[in-house]
Design a protein around this ligand. Sequence first.
Ligand code: ACM
Length: 539
Amino acid sequence: MELIPAPRAVDGPTRCGVELDEDTTLWAGPGTGTTERWLRSTLGPALGLPLTPGPKDGANSLRLCLDDELEPEAYKLSAVVGRGLEIRGGGPAGVFWGAQTLRQLLGADAFRRAPVRPGLVHGIAHRIIEDAPRFGWRGLMLDVARHFMPKDGVLRYLDLMAAHKLNVFHFHLTDDQGWRLEIERYPRLTEIGSWRARTRYGHRASPLWEEKPHGGFYTQDDIREIVAYAAERHITVVPEIDVPGHSQAAIAAYPELGNGDVVDTGSLSVWDDWGVSKNVLAPTDATLRFYEGVFEEVLELFPSTFVHIGGDECAKDQWRKSPAAQARISELGLAGEDGLQSWFVRHFDTWLTARGRRLIGWDEILEGGLADGAAVSSWRGYAGGVTAARSGHDVVMCPEQQVYLDHRQDAGADEPVPIGYVRTLEDVYRFEPVPPQLTEEQARHVLGAQANVWTEVMEDPGRVDYQTFPRLAAFAEAVWSDLPAPADRDFADFERRMTAHYPRLDALGVAYRPPAGPLPWQRRPGVLGRPIEGAPPNV
Ligand code: ACM
């Protein structure tokens, strides 16, 4: 059986089957509305199945119900000859994940948007599948700041996540190179901050520039739509608004946010280069009030318990030179510039906690001490996550060496843009979110993991697909399935199941990296395809 991610237990298959056809009815019990709507809006139209409402006991029926003996995200899918199909879920999410499994059982056509073989009867072998996720946080981070992903593309990624049973969408909305979220009280954040004049393209050390403006942003209604669309798929959207670094776009829009005593912030523009900008927020009360205003609107838009405040890679040069920043350090009795960074983080930690939310930030935020409820995204390897878990903080593992999907998928010059470590499909398959040095008690703080898609070198959605797939399928299995230790994982079996999964991705229109390596058009020879002469191989 070719399910991805692999389920916990399968009984069967036998030769006899259960059939779905135009007469199959749907009975949806209380609490199963999201799945009922998804079946009618997505799976039914793909196969031409009307799924008309029918009785609970129909022999040719698909039945959905809750079962309080199961964990909230667990499900049991039964395809029993003479009794039709039944999906029982511990909660609404469990039923929904069961429906995702049903879609895979129905074959690649179930991943299309309209039937290509209308009238066909769809058979499923008699079997019972019992399944539950290993982790509660199965995430994907998408950077829409470096390259904007228009709203339709974001909705499509939510569908792709759902198809892989991923449930946290970390939305990287602001950075030096663009501010992508409409904030009503500060219109210049998007009027000015969402566009940059030009973009370095290809390799980070490439001398090539695309001399045309790049930008875009989501209106608040776009965000409401994205959040609601995600919720229908049992996906939580965690917004990220970066402080105090990665904020040049905000400073370009509102120069008073920057360190005006050391740099002419009035002449700054949205950054057009890659790397880490030196332009960071000024440590003033006015800056805090400004961002409280931003976060007030963020909290209205995003119901997620966790709110990501960035906190990574804050360049300290300007604070070192700024008399105002130095005065602030003395006045607050802080430990130098590092103390200022923690001061920002602690302020928003307290502020979010007071509003019933929890702060999450990149692992640099550990450096200044955190409130009890704060959590850490461990990106610079596992070390930050280990420290956080040992001190009682929750952790989302996303070590760049393992699960940064902007990194190249193979050695050699054929990959479209050489960046970072080589992380093959197999490497991602062998990714283990819980490092061995944690005790069982500490390991409970590992909420799960996420794959991060940074988009400096992904100038269009096709490139995002290429970097993300098929590795996201391997990642999904690493966070959902009950796999053995990395060295003992059966990658050959995963590859075998991928032969059924590639046609599903094809039907979904995903421009994944082909198993045999990039196609010539994906290499884009002469422009994006080749490492730039003289540039270091791994930037
Ligand atoms: C990061 O990659 N700077 C979180």
